[in-house]
Design a protein around this ligand. Structure first.
Ligand SMILES: *Cc1c(COP(=O)(O)O)cnc(C)c1O
Length: 401
């Protein structure tokens, strides 16, 4: 899409962001694919029998994931809360209405400490919202099967496994082992695979339920996809009569998710990768030979078929830190938002998965501009990293203030 006068952001006075940070809720998640937009537009003015629409979604999810059944929720976070609730309540309609009071129910959820990440909100809060209690397994950087075994009691309702670049990347229990231990005690395994491209492997590895975001790699509307065993999926659906109401998903998100899944099936993934590679090459060329900059391609940490450019900044030579460069790029008429969650280590990433055609060149130009400005400046731009945290916190608290 070109940045013409037709861009609604210009009309509304919103800055036209270029997203090289990945699929981020705070930027509007992803580019919704045309197939989903069309399906949503066609259904939005109509009435529909929602159970039948949900059933249609279940068939599509089952076909694409290999699961017995599927369900569309408001988000992956909602899916987390509702599948835990389903594991506690089953088909007990009275228990569903009593939540988050879990009196008389199995109400413990075991999960590895190294999986207790924050994706914008704490993953374990998503569990607790249902009324369940989180039982941590192991320590931050190490967990063992015996610790999982020891944490499971007759009060355990589910075991949760998180797949994320935020999760600790070593010393954790492999999914197959995790499922083996849980299943030996009759405990269902829920996998949070919000950002993972693979729709089948986690179920194959033994998961009973896998949850994805519809609005991440799939390019769907805001939604969550729950895939897995039919009884658990049916029990998740029933949560709409209880705590699920506050997380309700509309007809547009359900139809949009179905369309996005079908588009994913037909997508020319090789062509997408080639386009992403072209962006990486463009940025590598733009950064080549720049003092204090070391850029190289890095594969995705959770093995999604997606490469990013790591831009390492040596402030002594570049005369700017990685985080200050990220902040500078985010200023101006057309902010370029980079992937900077590890900026204190002196690098950020450029993620090519959410670009419109031609935007990679704007990013290259902006990188050059900011690096040249820093080199030309009399005083290096080196702000204390700790202040950046405070600034971000103040930014959140300052909204509308
Ligand atoms: C993004 C993410 C979520 C939240 O997904 P939403 O669909 O935006 O609620 C949950 N878990 C992980 C690991 C994520 O990356």
């Amino acid at each position: 899409m070109s940045q013409t006068a037709k861009d609604i952001r210009e009309t509304l006075g919103l800055r036209p962001v270029i997203n090289v940070s990945g699929t981020m809720t705070f930027l509007g998640a992803s580019i919704i694919v045309p197939e989903a937009i069309e399906a949503m537009s066609r259904l939005m003015p109509q009435f529909v029998e929602m159970p039948a629409l949900h059933e249609l979604a279940s068939h599509t999810i089952a076909r694409l994931t290999g699961a017995e059944a599927g369900f569309v929720t408001a988000s992956c976070a909602a899916g987390l809360t509702l599948t835990v609730a389903a594991a506690m309540c089953g088909f007990d309609l009275a228990a569903i209405e009593r939540l988050p009071d879990t009196t008389g129910l199995k109400n413990e959820v075991v999960m590895q400490m190294g999986h207790m990440v924050n994706y914008g909100a704490p993953v374990e809060q998503g569990v607790r919202l249902s009324g369940a209690k989180v039982v941590p397994v192991g320590q931050a950087t190490s967990a063992h099967a015996y610790q999982l075994e020891g944490a499971i009691t007759d009060r355990t309702a589910a075991a949760l496994y998180v797949v994320s670049h935020h999760a600790v990347a070593y010393g954790q229990i492999p999914l197959e082992t995790f499922c083996g231990v849980a299943h030996a005690r009759g405990v269902p395994v829920i996998v949070d695979a919000a950002s993972e491209y693979d729709l089948r492997d986690f179920l194959r590895a033994g998961a009973d339920i896998v949850i994805y975001s519809a609005h991440k790699f799939l390019g769907g509307p805001t939604g969550g996809i729950v895939a897995g065993l039919k009884p658990l999926v049916r029990a998740t659906y029933l949560q709409n009569r209880g705590i699920g109401r506050g997380m309700k998903v509309g007809k547009e998100s359900i139809i949009g998710t179905i369309a996005a899944l079908e588009a994913w099936e037909k997508r020319d993934h090789a062509a997408v990768r080639a386009r992403e590679q072209k962006a990486l090459d463009c940025w590598l060329a733009a950064l080549e030979g720049r003092p204090g900059i070391h850029a190289f391609v890095e594969p995705d940490p959770t093995h999604n078929p997606l490469d990013r450019l790591r831009v390492q900044v040596n402030p002594a030579e570049a005369r700017i830190t990685a985080w200050d460069l990220a902040d500078q790029l985010a200023t101006g008429h057309q902010p370029v938002i980079v992937r900077d969650h590890e900026a204190e280590h002196g690098y950020f990433y450029l993620d090519p998965c959410n670009l419109h055609p031609g935007q990679e060149e704007i990013v290259a130009v902006r990188l050059g501009e900011e690096l040249e400005k820093a080199r030309a400046s009399n005083s290096p731009l080196v702000t204390p990293f700790a202040e950046r945290f405070k600034r971000k916190e103040a930014g959140a608290l300052g909204w509308l203030a």
